[in-house]
Design a protein around this ligand. Structure first.
Ligand code: FAD
Ligand code: NA7
Length: 450
């Protein structure tokens, strides 16, 4: 019998989770399908590859990267630890709970190396241009970015793992064209040191605004002014970070807020989030809705495309859980493809999606979002194996504790230690408070971990 063919678009953490999931099946002696990955970068790990580029890359492609220098994990590493590859296994010694980007990438790559015996192929420097479905088969058209050669291939299943934190949501503010200073979206933010001695206005009040404001003052910005549309973050900010209501207009160097206050700024950073963007999917296969914690309204169990269950989207929701969620989703998708999980009829799918979506729309606090995602993953874990439901619950508990630490003191939450949900081993503290750790190299970080 011919092997089932799976085309996976993107080889960031979600694509890498697919490799690990099938590797687990192979280790158990199961026959696995033929996996082909299309990756437009020249290496795996998606956003975790730091790039200095903004705008377009060397091939004229939109730059995928949204991460920046000096980025440290914004959640405890124990909440994204991979069940089949613990931090202790990788680093061979305990490390602190909040590592810099490069350390988490190192870990990601370690697991990938260990769990990569699936015989898969990865086409690097290859951008998928079009995915179309006819008679139950998917045709993927792709371009080799180096040679500009376009080719196509046919697949039984398609897994979209291209991420959704790369295509900026960039609203208009009246008068912004008169602003005498730098204007950028967080997607293009690369180095906080650039804003030394400056007053920076950040638009938006979520993870990017929070972290970029902290980064800026950590590396010498004079002041950060965070403008919120709906709610303040309300953290115990240092004196040089303030929160102000929505900006109504901008004139030269001045920004005017809804509450009548005026502020002078040197730079404006749009931290207004990202949009789902799958231009390469033919219209009937394309996710279009805004992101939320469940994800667009058309994914059964958060992954299976309602209109065509042989198409899956991974990691398409906003995330409290990250690597753990990607891994569990990948195991779930693997078991559908291996015929271990049945896809119900459309009516049942629609009902299931509606139930999760309805609850998602009632979420009003971080704790509700965390517990929602815990329950969602627990639901997947009923049908697939990855980690125990107890470990999943422990992760939610830790995420709730982390939210509390942030409320207590936004400057010190990264100094806290958590325990592994799998081994119980406790992290060690940073040798110096995070706010004073200006060197984010792997060497410097691991040197402190004797
Ligand atoms: P991505 O990492 O975006 O990978 C998608 C891959 O698809 C990329 O390699 C891309 O090149 C490829 N691709 C895209 N389009 C195409 C195409 N047409 N053809 C071929 N290949 C394509 N998570 C955490 O756990 N901790 C953190 O501290 C954290 N910080 C973050 C900070 C920032 C600024 C951002 C933006 C995100 C952060 N995240 C963090 C979340 C992060 O998005 C996830 O951890 C993870 O990278 C998502 O993995 P992914 O595989 O879904 O997507
Ligand atoms: P988020 O979490 O989607 O947040 C976007 C923020 O931008 C949020 O506070 C929105 O306000 C605000 N927003 C969106 N549109 C507008 C307009 N038109 N005007 C004003 N404000 C707006 O994106 P982030 O980049 O912070 O985080 C995404 C990921 O990147 C996350 O996983 C991090 O790890 C890094 P709202 O609160 O909806 O009123």
């Amino acid at each position: 019998m011919e092997k089932i063919k799976i085309g996976v678009i993107g080889c960031g953490p979600c694509g890498m989770a697919v490799v690990s999931a099938f590797n687990e099946a192979k280790n158990k002696g199961q026959a696995i399908p033929q996996l082909t990955f299309f990756e437009k970068q020249d290496k795996v790990s998606g956003l975790w590859n730091l790039t200095w580029r903004t705008g377009i890359d060397e091939y004229g492609e939109p730059v995928h990267g949204s991460m920046y220098r000096y980025l440290w994990s914004n959640g405890p590493k124990e909440c994204l630890e991979m069940a089949n590859y613990t931090f202790d296994e990788h680093f061979k010694k305990p490390i602190p709970s909040f590592p810099p980007r490069i350390v988490l990438q190192d870990y990601l790559l370690g697991r990938f190396e260990k769990c990569s015996q699936t015989g898969h192929s990865i086409l690097f420097n290859t951008a998928v241009r079009n995915v179309a479905e006819t008679d139950g088969k998917f045709k993927i058209c792709y371009e080799d970015l180096k040679t500009k050669q376009c080719s196509d291939d046919t697949f039984d299943y398609v897994i979209v793992a291209t991420g959704h934190f790369s295509f900026p949501n960039l609203p208009y503010y009246p008068g912004i064209e008169t602003f005498n200073g730098k204007v950028l979206h967080s997607h293009d933010f690369r180095n906080a040191a650039e804003f030394k001695d400056q007053t920076v206005v950040l638009l938006g009040s979520s993870y990017s605004a929070e972290d970029i404001a902290l980064q800026c003052v950590k590396y010498g910005a004079k002041k950060c002014i965070i403008s919120y549309r709906t709610n303040k973050m309300g953290y115990n900010w240092p004196d040089n970070i303030i929160e102000v209501p929505q900006i109504e207009k901008i004139e030269n160097k001045l920004v005017f807020c809804k509450d009548g206050s005026t502020h002078e700024a040197d730079a404006i950073i749009f931290c207004t989030g990202y949009k789902h963007h799958y231009p390469f999917m033919e219209e009937k296969l394309r996710l279009k809705d805004a992101t939320n914690i469940y994800c667009p309204k058309h994914l059964y169990k958060g992954v299976v495309y309602e209109d065509n269950p042989k198409l899956m989207y991974l990691g398409a929701q906003d995330q409290c859980y990250t690597y753990t969620l990607f891994d569990i989703q990948a195991c779930f998708v693997r078991d559908i493809i291996l015929g271990k999980i049945d896809i119900p009829d459309r009516e049942t799918m629609v009902k299931s999606i509606a139930g999760w979506y309805k609850r998602c729309m009632t979420i009003t606090s971080p704790a509700e979002a965390i517990n929602y995602q815990r329950d969602y993953l627990e639901d997947l874990l009923t049908d697939t194996d990855y980690c125990s439901k107890e470990s999943n619950s422990k992760i939610a508990e830790m995420l709730n504790t982390w939210v509390g630490y942030k409320k207590e003191n936004i400057l010190t939450y990264r100094d806290k230690c958590f325990a592994s949900p799998y081994t119980g081993a406790m992290a060690i503290p940073l040798t110096k408070d995070w706010f004073y750790c200006l060197d984010d190299s792997k060497e410097s970080f691991l040197r402190g971990c004797q």
